[in-house]
Ligand binder design. Structure first.
Ligand code: F6R
Length: 610
């Protein structure tokens, strides 16, 4: 978690660093700070709370400074106070850090015994003092950094400036992401490319163990063995503006509305001449014929995308598919067939989620084939995988995942269809029908988005209820889980998602007039069963709000209201369409309750700590 940014060049840096921090705010937002280097002096501004709280104090920084670093924090060690906010200072330097230093307690004790006074409770301050002490022994900051890094255990990316070195910034990466952006006589860096993509699309994705000396006219890099190397420059696809709100009130709203475009972009990239492109799907990197079983690992919404995938993957591939929370999977002893006969599929928007990454590394050590579906190129999970499919969602900034979920489900589905085709397990007519339906999915998504007005009205009726229940069957049971997660994370309302068939095994005891129940009831093979469950709720005076076809008279009769959702034949596409209703409902209820939709309390977008 936490976001770091930096700039060195010919322009005044404060606004650039501040804007970069705003882009990084999704990674953590409980305190923030900026340090600049001007005329041999470090000037610093930091505050608790949101990045905007910095505005008054950055106005007092030297406005002409052209070298600066910034940090937005998601607290791990110590409360989100001003003292614990980064940058942290030690003699002659200011330093920012993303990640966790696991052995900081021993190091801190050692430093205290040497008479060092600590001003914060963070693990970060330890690094600042260690570097500062090393700088007394060597005039070369890179050497100092190399020495210090050898002593640190954990995952981190760090950057620091030294008051006597006016034209350089020093950075290192070990486990936490760090990307450098190359401009014209200016260099940017950040925890991800959105920090600078409005200025340059030329990026260098640092690898674990890399350290760099960053100057306005270029960078020098050393790898983990201390060897200097020439970096690979990547031209990133995300365009300027793609990480902006573009007129929407919140990123989350913009991202919900982007879903038709995400589907079109995915189709364009993966389907060529009405056929799935096996190379674009990453199928060429996996030995499909070998696979005897599949484990899908992920967290949160990505885990629900995995749960959906099980519904289509098992029948299409003819393999048993286990879907598991990465935080559980990593600490048990799962069974793996040897020699690449087990495929581990990791699904992760950020590609940095610590638990998912740990599963990937573990399974790789055990000889599994690793395939990932990620949204962020060169993210740790992407890089650790034998094969991967990069999603076409563009940057997702809202902490609550929306378009990434749609993209994950779609990518997993198309990958599975492609794999099934290679294995000779899917009849051509079935495949052609799926690809045909895919073409019209963006239009149906547009229709689903048209329900927003009626959902705003519904939200204003429901927003004060303290509890919600979401139900559905088949893939809709997964959408119920996703709906409950979305509602709780951004509105702070307690919500549960249940497979409708489970109601009578317990949760039906909750039913009364005080708990709105959202039933996802498309016209699919579970329809009759779902309606019976809704009837059972109505018989107990429960109030049910349906998500389904608004021409469906039966559904309309038994529900208080139906959120309209187009009906389509393909069950995966139907699930994607139903999701729009739960996303909008959560969003508009949260807006009515006045919560911070894009940055809900206690959460961060990229969970790089356990
Ligand atoms: C919920 C949400 C989270 C993420 C989860 C995994 O709206 O966004 O539950 O889905 O933290 O993140 P990634 O996909 O980055 O691994």
């Amino acid at each position: 978690m936490c976001g770091i940014v930096g700039y060195i060049g010919h322009r005044p840096c404060i606004q650039i660093v501040f804007d970069g921090l705003k882009k990084m705010e999704y990674r953590g937002y409980d305190s923030a700070g900026i340090a600049v280097l001007d005329n041999g002096q470090i000037a610093l501004s930091k505050e608790s709370g949101k990045i905007d709280n910095l505005k008054p104090s950055i106005a007092k920084l030297p406005q002409g400074a052209t070298v600066g670093i910034g940090h937005t924090r998601w607290a791990t060690h110590g409360l989100p106070t001003r003292e614990n906010a980064h940058p942290h200072e030690a003699e002659h330097l200011a330093l920012i850090h993303n990640g966790i230093i696991e052995n900081y307690k021993e190091l801190k004790l050692e430093l205290i015994n040497q008479g060092i006074h600590f001003r914060s409770e963070t693990d970060t301050e330890v690094i600042a003092h260690l570097v500062s002490l090393e700088l007394k022994r060597t005039p070369k900051p890179i050497e100092a950094l190399q020495k210090v890094i050898k002593r640190l255990e954990g995952a981190f990316s760090v950057a620091f400036i030294v008051d006597s070195i006016p034209d350089q910034i020093f950075v290192a990466k070990q486990g936490s992401p760090l990307v450098i952006g190359l401009g014209d006589k200016e260099v940017f860096f950040g925890s991800d490319i959105t920090a600078f993509v409005n200025y340059t699309q030329k990026a260098i994705f640092l690898q674990d163990g890399d350290i760099a000396m960053v100057k306005a006219d270029g960078i020098t890099l050393w790898d983990k063995t201390g060897k200097e190397f020439t970096p690979k420059i990547t031209h990133v696809q995300w365009s300027p503006g793609s990480a902006d709100k573009q007129g929407f009130r919140h990123y989350m709203l913009k991202e919900i509305h982007e879903q038709p475009r995400v589907v079109s972009a995915t189709t364009q990239a993966l389907v060529k001449d009405n056929k799935l492109d096996p190379t674009a799907l990453g199928l060429d990197k996996i030995d499909l014929k070998k696979i005897k079983s599949v484990h899908i690992v992920a967290c949160g919404t990505a885990y629900y995308a995995g749960m959906l995938a099980k519904y289509f993957m098992e029948p299409l591939l003819g393999l048993s598919v286990n879907v598991e929370l990465a935080s559980e999977f990593r600490y048990r002893d799962p069974f793996f067939f040897p020699n690449g006969e087990t495929l581990l599929m990791a699904i992760s928007q950020s590609g940095e989620t610590a638990d998912t990454l740990a599963c990937v590394k573990h399974a790789k050590d055990k000889g599994c084939q690793i395939f990932s579906i990620c949204n962020v190129a060169y993210s740790s999970i992407h890089r650790e995988s034998h094969g991967s499919l990069l999603m076409f969602a563009g940057p997702e900034i809202g902490v609550a995942s929306t378009k990434a979920f749609t993209s994950q489900v779609l990518c997993a589905y198309l990958w599975t269809l492609g794999a099934a085709q290679q294995l000779g397990r899917v009849p051509t007519v079935e495949l052609d029908a799926a690809l045909q339906d895919l073409k019209t999915l963006p239009l149906y998504l547009d229709q689903a988005l048209n329900a927003e007005e009626s959902i705003i009205e519904l939200a204003s009726k429901l927003y004060q209820y303290p509890n919600f229940l979401f139900i559905g069957r088949g893939m809709s049971s997964v959408i119920a889980l996703e709906g409950a997660l979305k509602l709780k994370e951004i509105s702070y309302i307690h919500a549960e998602g249940y497979a409708a068939g489970e109601l009578k095994h317990g949760p039906i005891a909750l039913v009364d007039k005080q708990i709105p129940i959202v039933a996802i009831a498309p016209h699919d093979r579970y329809y009759e069963k779902t309606l019976s469950n809704v009837e059972e709720i109505c018989a107990r005076e429960g109030q049910v709000y349906g998500i389904g076809d608004d021409k469906d008279q039966r559904l309309k009769e038994i529900c208080v209201q139906v959120i309209p959702c187009p009906s389509v034949k393909n069950p995966v596409f139907q699930a994607i369409l139903s999701t729009v209703g739960v996303q909008f409902l959560a969003y508009h209820i949260a807006v009515k309750r006045g919560t911070d939709v894009d940055q809900p309390r206690n959460l961060a977008k990229s969970v790089t700590v356990e």
